[in-house]
Design a protein around this ligand. Structure first.
Ligand code: ATP
Ligand code: MG
Length: 192
């Protein structure tokens, strides 16, 4: 075997190991939030502040794809598990960056109505076909197009998000329009 070929085999093996370890980590996370035995450490969290902090952290990935992020928030507190709520935000934001073409936008809004906090994350991405939409919260589900073009993802992000929202007694909804974009809305009980 030529040295170049050996290097290329090695590179693809490393990529495979990396993909597998990410899947195992996601699976461990999913089982953790799925099990009602695992305890959440709930304390007051400002949803708006956390959203702004996380967007600052991941903005670089959006910028690399020339995707703009617009944020509109008001200070809103909930009682939640900080690590879980971070994971929830990041999985949704990563999807929006992954599934939005260069030049697109992501709009993040954190607002309140009565005693409910609402987080909405909308993108102008590729959207999800109506036939796939009912299944996106199921573990390992990926839309047909993604299965063909994106072999690196596990299909666990939204399943984890749904479990986290449920563990916080919240509600999650998804709406999507192919070639126009996707909107995820989450409502959680506010804490005063
Ligand atoms: N913002 C979005 N725009 C378009 N399609 C989306 C979006 N979010 C999710 N999807 C679709 O839903 C599927 C499931 O999303 P999920 O986050 O669970 O998995 P993933 O992103 O493929 O993998 P992972 O999150 O485990 O890396 C995706 O594969 C994709 O087909
Ligand atoms: Mg994902």
């Amino acid at each position: 075997m030529r040295i170049q070929d050996a290097a290329s085999v090695m590179k693809s093996n490393i990529e495979e190991v990396d993909r597998m370890s990410k899947t195992i980590e996601s699976l461990a996370n999913f089982s953790y939030y799925e099990s009602n035995i695992s305890l959440l450490e709930c304390k007051p969290i400002d949803l708006a502040h956390l959203a702004q902090y996380l967007i600052e952290k991941i903005k670089v990935f959006a910028e690399k794809k020339s995707i703009g992020i617009e944020v509109k928030t008001e200070p809103i507190k909930i009682l939640g598990d900080q690590a879980a709520i971070e994971e929830m935000y990041l999985n949704i934001l990563k999807n929006s960056i992954r599934f939005t073409n260069p030049g697109g936008y992501i709009y993040v809004q954190v607002s309140s109505f009565k005693d409910q906090a609402t987080i909405s994350i909308r993108d102008t991405g590729i959207g999800i076909a109506p036939k796939d939409l009912p299944y996106v919260f199921e573990p390992f589900y990926k839309s047909t197009e993604i299965k063909i073009h994106n072999k690196t993802s596990a299909g666990l992000g939204l399943a984890i998000v749904k479990k986290i929202v449920e563990r916080h007694n919240g509600l999650i909804q998804i709406e999507s329009w192919p070639n126009k974009g996707t909107l995820i809305s989450i409502s959680l009980q506010m804490s005063f």
